[in-house]
Design a protein around this ligand. Structure first.
Ligand SMILES: CC(C)(COP(=O)(O)OP(=O)(O)OC[C@H]1O[C@@H](n2cnc3c(N)ncnc32)[C@H](O)[C@@H]1OP(=O)(O)O)[C@@H](O)C(=O)NCCC(=O)NCCS
Length: 260
């Protein structure tokens, strides 16, 4: 494959491009008033004892999205994956406990790689570190005027257009497009093949299902789910599920954002 030139302002890290947050320092504080915590005892994470090479990054999560990110980032064998105790699996020596890790892990670049917005937020709150890195796949296009907060993922063949703003821990899945001037809150998930037109506003924790479309200038309230294939033509209320073409509100989103 032909080598690509690193875009201005980015530094290379193998095939992954990482960039500091353009809205401030390269770090991102723990959100919603949860202060970083220091955990006494500096437990030795399980992965320390078992990994053959010292990992160079941490992903929060060890499911499908984490696997994808590591594949297109080319760092499958060099990342710890932090999970809650319930999901720790002896057969997966790269795992560390998200609540019992050691301070020397916190200096590594960390990205939350879980698709469900609510679960992603829970993992970020459980992690004691505060440094988050945005990962942009080499085949993604991110306009130079776009601003990305810490901890975002922009997957292959997706487009983040001019003057788009991504909040913290936003996941833009493959082959999705975000039009110019759109403002996206923290913990939003854009599923594969989604198209968000220009000048839209997506509140915190919004989930757009696979292949959904959001028309120009439309606002989506925080915590709302737009179902797979839906086409949203008018503003959507917060904490709701919208389905169909044109999309209509069918019910409250309740705790769906943890499992979707
Ligand atoms: C919106 C969603 C969360 C609803 O899930 P749910 O509450 O389990 O819904 P159900 O499957 O129980 O279906 C309830 C009703 O809504 C309908 N429905 C569900 N999803 C729909 C959709 N996307 N569009 C139109 N109708 C839909 C069902 O046909 C069913 O209709 P019925 O009551 O007349 O039989 C889910 O369907 C969805 O779209 N998920 C997106 C998944 C996705 O994009 N994942 C991306 C992974 S990267």
């Amino acid at each position: 494959m032909e080598a690509r030139e690193t875009p201005p302002g980015l530094r290379t890290c193998g095939p992954i491009w990482t960039r500091p947050c353009r809205q401030g320092p390269a770090t991102c504080e723990v959100v919603d008033g949860l202060a970083p915590t220091t955990r006494p005892g500096a437990d030795v994470p399980r992965g320390h004892a078992q990994a053959t090479a010292r990992p160079t990054r941490v992903l929060l999560g060890d499911g499908g999205l984490a696997a994808e990110v590591l594949e297109y980032g080319g760092s499958v064998s060099s990342a710890y994956r932090a999970v809650t105790g319930h999901y720790l699996d002896d057969a997966r020596p790269w795992q560390v406990d998200v609540e019992a890790s050691s301070p020397d892990l916190y200096v590594l670049p960390v990205t939350a790689a879980v698709g469900a917005p609510g679960l992603r937020r829970e993992l970020v709150h459980a992690w004691a570190g505060t440094q988050y890195t945005t990962i942009i796949a080499p085949s993604a296009y991110v306009a130079s005027s776009a601003s990305l907060a810490g901890g975002c993922i922009v997957a292959p063949h997706s487009v983040v257009s001019s003057f788009v703003r991504l909040g913290r821990h936003v996941v833009v899945n493959p082959a999705s497009t975000i039009g110019h001037g759109t403002d996206i809150g923290d913990y939003v998930t854009i599923s594969p093949g989604v198209h968000v037109a220009g000048r839209c506003v997506l509140g915190h924790g919004v989930f757009l299902g696979i292949g959904a479309v959001v028309s120009s200038g439309v606002s989506v309230g925080s915590g709302t789910i737009l179902g797979a294939g839906a086409v949203l033509l008018t503003d959507a209320e917060p904490d709701s599920v919208y389905l169909g073409i044109p999309a209509r509100r069918v019910r409250a989103s309740e705790d769906w954002l943890r499992v979707i």
